[in-house]
Design a protein around this ligand. Structure first.
Ligand code: HEM
Length: 462
């Protein structure tokens, strides 16, 4: 099976070129462009206070809409967004996501990943690229959340199709560089160049896969059963059918599911790819994390969610990883919903802003050595974990990630399982990959392979 690959053939342009540019490396906090203006204003000197003020106090809201999308959660705002988001958050909680109830389901996926890596990596003899194998497992977790069942296998045609579409979509978005979000009208003038045509095709194909699952749920609809998000949404539609108007519709449901797949699958795979890279470049950190797992969990069972509080060093490694390599370095385009003065600049209502979360994660005044990979910064003298408000990898404010609990749990279980089972080694004769990320709408590491030497002889049981 071909693993998922979001980095191949990336062509930077637009926002992506901006992320690569010296302006970005000078750490702008915000870039703001008013309607009709050709140039952007860059506010430099990112601090948590300024980002929080903008996102929490000034009610910055989302603007730039996805191509032909005014449904779902990610690309809507106002009352519709609030209602749909509140519903989704409530049902993620009720279905137990990020909690113990889902622990064993996620560990089934972890076990599947570890077995695949053993097979593909030939027990440490063949090179593998780990992140590409993580994404199908995460898609399976999300598929259970949305439809209640797993894909039958990695070769399931729908899973393969989903993977292909996600990869094509990431590439198309990087190529369009966010231009479509900022100037949606450009699709009428340059549908090919702007990426409009390809993104529309991909959106339609994603929608068709989800609609298949929704139709199957409708056929076996039972008002007393709630196994998954589709069941819960259909109940809500049923409860509102007597109302003269309702935002709960099949189109909304479809787009929420699409949002989940797009927002959820890619960051987890990319985070695992960065973990493997850092473990390769910092073998002493790898060893320390493995020693902690050995002493707390042992080698006879997989790490589980209730081990997390007892593994502060592993947690610190994951925090440091997500600080240095924030997968969403810049938030989606946002609209300032009222006249705002910030950092000496006047930002009129309706200005579009891009907010650099990266600038907060790399602020020298706060972190002192922000370009160093140093998990110890999150551990106090008693060996306990230090929480830090400056970690914004799940965003901040009302548009903060709604899948945070699930995302955190997946990152922990996949990472701890991988470290428990394999020693991550570089490929002899090949120079280590650069640690600089490949910028994009989401960040990913440069493509590289590793050897995975098994640390455990017998098969791990879940
Ligand atoms: C390591 C994993 C993840 C990371 C790092 C991450 C990060 C983020 C960030 C930074 C945002 C805010 C973006 C912005 O302000 O423009 C966001 C939004 C979002 N995330 Fe996540 N995410 C992760 C996992 C997930 C998962 C598993 C799901 C699905 C269950 C999900 C669903 C969403 C949705 C729907 C939004 C849009 C929220 C809104 O606009 O109200 N994310 N995510």
């Amino acid at each position: 099976m071909r693993p998922y690959d979001s980095t191949s053939h990336r062509t930077p342009s637009g926002t992506v070129r901006f992320l690569r540019s010296s302006r970005f490396s000078q750490r702008p906090l915000v870039t703001a462009k008013q309607r009709g203006e050709k140039t952007s204003t860059y506010f430099t000197g990112g601090t948590l206070k300024l980002v929080s003020m903008l996102m929490l106090k000034y009610g910055v809201d989302v603007e730039g809409h996805d191509v032909d999308v005014d449904e779902g959660i990610t690309f809507t705002d106002g009352e519709l967004w609030h209602e749909q988001r509140t519903f989704a958050v409530r049902h993620l909680k009720q279905l137990g996501y990020g909690k113990q109830a889902m622990d064993s389901m996620m560990r089934t996926e972890v076990l599947g990943l570890l077995e695949t890596l053993l097979r593909e990596g030939g027990g440490g003899r063949r090179e593998v690229r780990v992140g590409g194998y993580v994404t199908p497992c995460v898609l399976n977790v999300l598929w259970v959340l949305v439809t209640g069942v797993r894909f039958s296998s990695w070769d399931d045609a729908r899973l393969q199709h989903l993977l292909q579409l996600m990869s094509q979509r990431a590439r198309a978005f990087d190529m369009s560089g966010g231009t479509l979000n900022l100037f949606p009208w450009i699709r009428f003038i340059a549908p090919e160049w702007s990426g409009y045509r390809i993104i529309t095709r991909i959106n339609n194909e994603l929608t068709a896969i989800i609609m298949g699952a929704i139709n199957a749920h409708c056929k076996r609809y039972n008002p007393n059963v709630t196994n998954d998000l589709i069941d819960a949404y259909l109940h809500e539609m049923e409860a509102r059918k007597h109302l003269s108007s309702s935002n709960f519709s099949y189109d909304q449901l479809t787009q929420i599911c699409v949002d989940f797949f797009i927002a959820g699958a890619i960051p987890i795979g990319a985070t695992l790819d960065f973990l493997v890279l850092m473990m390769l470049l910092h073998p002493e950190v790898q060893q320390k994390a493995q020693e902690e797992i050995d002493s707390v969990v042992g080698r006879n069972r997989l790490p589980q969610l209730n081990d997390r509080p007892k593994l502060p060093y592993v947690e610190a490694v994951l925090m440091e990883l997500q600080r240095m390599y924030i997968i969403t370095p810049v938030t989606g385009p946002r609209r300032v919903t009222r006249d705002t003065t910030l950092h000496g600049y006047n930002i009129p209502k309706d200005t579009t802003v891009l907010i650099s979360l990266w600038s907060v994660h790399r602020d020298q005044k706060h972190w002192e050595d922000p370009d160093m990979f140093r998990p110890e910064r999150f551990i106090d003298t008693r060996g306990l974990l230090i929480k830090d408000d400056w970690l914004l990898n799940f965003g901040v404010g009302k548009r903060r990630c709604l899948g945070e609990a699930l995302g955190r749990s997946c990152v922990f279980l996949f990472s701890a399982g991988l470290l428990q089972r394999y020693e991550i080694l570089s490929v002899p004769g090949k120079s280590p990959p650069p640690s600089a990320p490949v910028p994009g709408i989401t960040m990913s590491p440069p493509p590289y392979n590793v050897l995975l030497k098994p640390r455990i002889e017998q098969a791990v049981t879940s």
